[in-house]
Design a protein around this ligand. Structure first.
Ligand SMILES: [Zn+2]
Length: 277
């Protein structure tokens, strides 16, 4: 699609642009680099990615049994997007290296937005600021593991409300018990109560918050991370700790066989939020 049809200038909010090898705001004359081949406009590069290529997530056969956070996210997005007709405009905010491309390419138009300039991202911008998208213009927004990286979540969710069409939908996936990641851009862990208040304050009233991720996922995850964590103690203590953790992990694997799926609502791994404007 002609990307300028949906954009607004992040400086003056005008939606009148000229486009050649740049996108130029006809109102304030700001210009932004535009790559026609990738249909990519760069408003602002927030951080540099390790690599710029695609890194699309696929569900491997042996992962079906473990169903850790990423697999659960994948399945949730797959299930939810089935409820949305294909002829819709989808916006994947915080898409990263096109992680969810396999699930979103069913839509007639999917635009990818990120703070880093991965090759296939369409809109590179800082979404802690005004999102450079017109009011009431998007049918479906995916926010997969994004909210914890936004320092002003209320402003951000207000922006989501603004750009979503009436009856448009949004799916949020957000972790609660998970390691620090993408540091230093990792700020918050939300409870369902915080999510509810934030969404209500943004004028959303129709949404469903659900816990995802079993207790067994969390323990599995934490033990694996802790076993890999470097400890500043002597060699023998290190060996003993590693051995004990390894024994616990092995014993836990047996428990996991009997109970791999139950979710403890007091300590979920994270939440999914299905939202309708
Ligand atoms: Zn402008």
């Amino acid at each position: 699609m002609d990307i300028t049809k949906i954009l607004i200038c992040p400086k003056c909010k005008s939606n009148q642009f000229s486009k050649n090898n740049q996108i130029i705001c006809n109102n304030c004359n700001s210009n932004f680099s535009y790559n026609e081949k990738n249909n990519q406009v760069v408003f602002e590069e927030v951080y540099k990615p390790n690599k710029v290529d695609e890194d699309i997530f696929t569900l491997k056969k042996n992962n079906h049994k473990r169903l850790l956070w990423r697999e659960l996210n994948y399945l949730k997005i797959k299930k939810y997007t089935k409820t949305i007709p294909n002829n819709k405009l989808c916006l994947d905010i915080g898409c990263g290296p096109m992680t969810n491309k396999n699930l979103l390419n069913k839509f007639d138009t999917t635009l990818y937005m990120d703070g880093a300039k991965f090759n296939s991202v369409n809109i590179v911008c800082d979404f802690e600021k005004l999102i450079p998208i017109k009011n009431n213009s998007v049918d479906f927004i995916l926010l997969s593991n994004v909210l914890e990286h936004i320092f002003s979540p209320q402003f951000f969710l207000n922006e989501i409300y603004r750009i979503l069409k009436t009856n448009g939908k949004c799916l949020i996936l957000v972790p609660y018990q998970i390691k620090l990641h993408q540091e230093p851009f990792d700020y918050f862990r939300y409870t369902r109560h915080a999510l509810k208040r934030l969404l209500n304050n943004s004028n959303f009233s129709d949404f469903l918050i659900e816990e995802i991720g079993s207790t067994s996922n969390i323990i599995d995850n934490f033990l694996l991370i802790d076993m890999k964590t470097k400890r500043n103690i002597n060699f023998f203590s290190k060996k003993i700790i590693f051995f004990l953790q390894w024994v616990i992990y092995k014993l836990f694997s047996i428990q996991r066989k009997f109970d791999s799926a139950s979710i403890n609502t007091l300590i979920p791994q994270g939440y999914s939020v299905e939202i309708k404007k």
